[in-house]
Design a binder for this molecule. Structure first.
Ligand code: BES
Ligand code: ZN
Ligand code: ZN
Length: 489
């Protein structure tokens, strides 16, 4: 989809559809007033109205989109409105349209345009790879979208917004496609192959460890033992290590299917567990964006990929495994597998001497109970790092909420027979999962994002999100990393 910027006025836009954002109870552009005979359209959030201007405008259609109160508007309002227009244009099978949205106060043109681009592209997103017959509407893609700005706007800034918006969208789409893919195709090996492909296409260094390479990865091997699909450890690198630029490690949980293993899950909704590699998808999607936007950083992405299956060879409750760090783990529940594969990845990350490690994982059902679909949980050992994530969460609307992680929680993970156990009962179980992870990060600044509640949706809250994988984490991490060197430490 081509998205271009043009300076001009509504009255002169010769297009299949002019989309106009309207704030609640604010006057319409004079040119639109004669199109509305009644006052049904008030600009309320998510309200819309499709009009046929005939001779009043050169545009064949006018789509009015309610943006709610101006004082409540953020870039997310723009992202949603743009996605709404994009869906409408697709339904109408238009070849092109123009969008003119009034920007909220105190936000740069670049950020506004970026959000419009993200909304426009993601509003078109659907995962159709496995459907053998598609409707005309499903097959249709709008080719050209014009963002209309007034004469005073800084076009260079707006073009920069288009550039970032396009790059970020590609990362989100990659993450969604990965997490929507079924477990029988998206195996650990396939995830490794896709990482290789992404690396080749976008100039990222990729290494995929398998078989003999993994002998010391006791956590990853234990979890993968019950499956014929053997584990992979995937390393994707952007930039190179240097004294002048910080190294950041992004770690992703890549369980390509989580049955729970011998501690098997109930069958209801088990199909959703194909998304248990959404953390891996988020960090890989982020790497793809970094390759395009080229921030002055060295970023290493580490993915532990395995399938968690029950089998004669599977790891069992009571087993004690030796992780890559040398620490032993008593397995009390094989369904708490994410933390075990992450233990190896977090330990591996330390060799890069990173300024920060951020892991992303669909780790606990408890975070879904605590925060629902509205926020990703964050815990860690470094408040400035957590603050960066909280801030990025507010700006991107991939909201993040902090839970405590105290010494008392770490005490709960002590094991009778090994160094640490992998579960400690229901109380504070998102935090005790994080407490487990904290044992493997050494002295590095580290934050853990639990995306179990936000990575998947049956009820998309905005038009830029569709049913299934949300791609959460890509916009959040990209925002944080883009600003890394300019933010107060
Ligand atoms: N993959 C699940 C967590 C999950 C739950 C992801 C819901 C997405 C939606 C994880 O591996 C898991 O099963 N965790 C257990 C841990 C428990 C055994 C301590 C859980 O949360 O129930
Ligand atoms: Zn599990
Ligand atoms: Zn899991």
């Amino acid at each position: 989809m081509n998205i271009t910027i043009r300076q001009g006025v509504l009255a002169q836009e010769n297009t299949a559809m002019i989309t106009v954002g309207v704030y609640e109870n604010e006057p319409l552009d004079d040119i639109l007033v004669p199109l509305l005979e009644t006052d049904d359209f008030k600009g309320k959030l998510k309200q819309d109205s499709l009009l046929y201007p005939r001779t009043a405008l050169p545009a064949r259609r006018a789509l009015l989109i309610g943006m709610g109160k101006r004082s409540d508007a953020t870039v997310n309002t723009l992202r949603h409105a743009a996605a709404h227009a994009s869906r409408k244009a697709k339904d109408l099978k238009l070849a092109d349209y123009t969008i003119a949205l009034p920007f909220p106060a105190d936000v740069s043109i670049e950020s506004c345009v970026q959000a419009i681009v993200e909304g426009t592209r993601l509003g078109h997103y659907s995962f159709l790879e496995y459907k053998s017959s598609l409707s005309d509407e499903e097959l249709h893609t709008v080719e050209n979208v014009t963002i209309l700005l007034d004469e005073q706007s800084n076009v260079d800034e707006a073009r920069q917004g288009v550039f970032y918006g396009q790059a970020i969208t590609e990362g989100v789409i990659l993450a969604r496609n990965l997490a929507n893919a079924p477990g029988n195709t998206l195996t650990p090996a396939q995830l490794g192959d896709i990482a290789q492909e992404v690396g080749t296409q976008h100039g990222l260094k990729v290494r995929v460890l398998a078989g003999e390479d993994l002998v010391d990865f006791g956590g990853l091997l234990a979890v993968g033992k019950g499956s014929v699909q053997t584990p992979r450890f995937i390393i994707v690198e952007y930039g190179t290590a240097s004294d002048d630029i910080p190294t950041i490690c992004l770690v992703g949980k890549g369980i390509t299917f989580d049955t729970g293993g011998i501690s098997i899950k109930p069958s209801d909704k088990m199909d959703d567990m194909k998304m248990d590699m959404s953390g891996a998808a988020a960090v890989l999607g982020t790497m793809r964006v970094l390759a395009d936007i080229q921030p002055p950083l060295h970023v290493v992405c580490l993915i532990s990929a395995a399938e968690n299956m029950p089998d004669a060879a599977a790891y069992k409750p009571g087993d004690i495994i030796k992780t890559l760090s040398g620490k032993t783990v008593e397995v009390l529940n094989t369904d708490a597998e994410g933390r075990i594969v992450l233990a190896d990845a977090l330990h591996y990350a330390q060799q890069y001497n990173p300024q920060a490690i951020v892991d992303v994982a669909t780790l606990t059902g408890a975070i879904v109970i605590a925060l629902g679909p509205h926020a990703t949980g964050v815990m860690g050992n470094n408040q400035p790092l957590i603050d960066r994530l909280l801030k990025a969460g507010t700006i991107t609307h991939e909201r993040v909420w902090q839970l405590p992680l105290w010494q008392e929680h770490k005490e709960l993970m002590k094991s009778t027979f090994a160094d640490i156990k992998n579960i400690s009962g229901r109380p504070a179980s998102s935090t005790t999962a994080a407490a487990f992870l904290s044992e493997f990060v050494g002295t590095c600044a580290w934050a853990h994002l639990d995306i179990a509640g936000t990575a998947w949706t049956d009820k998309p809250p905005f038009d830029y999100i569709s049913k299934g994988a949300t791609g959460v984490g890509v916009r959040l991490l990209t925002h944080m990393l883009r600003d890394w060197n300019t933010k107060e430490k």
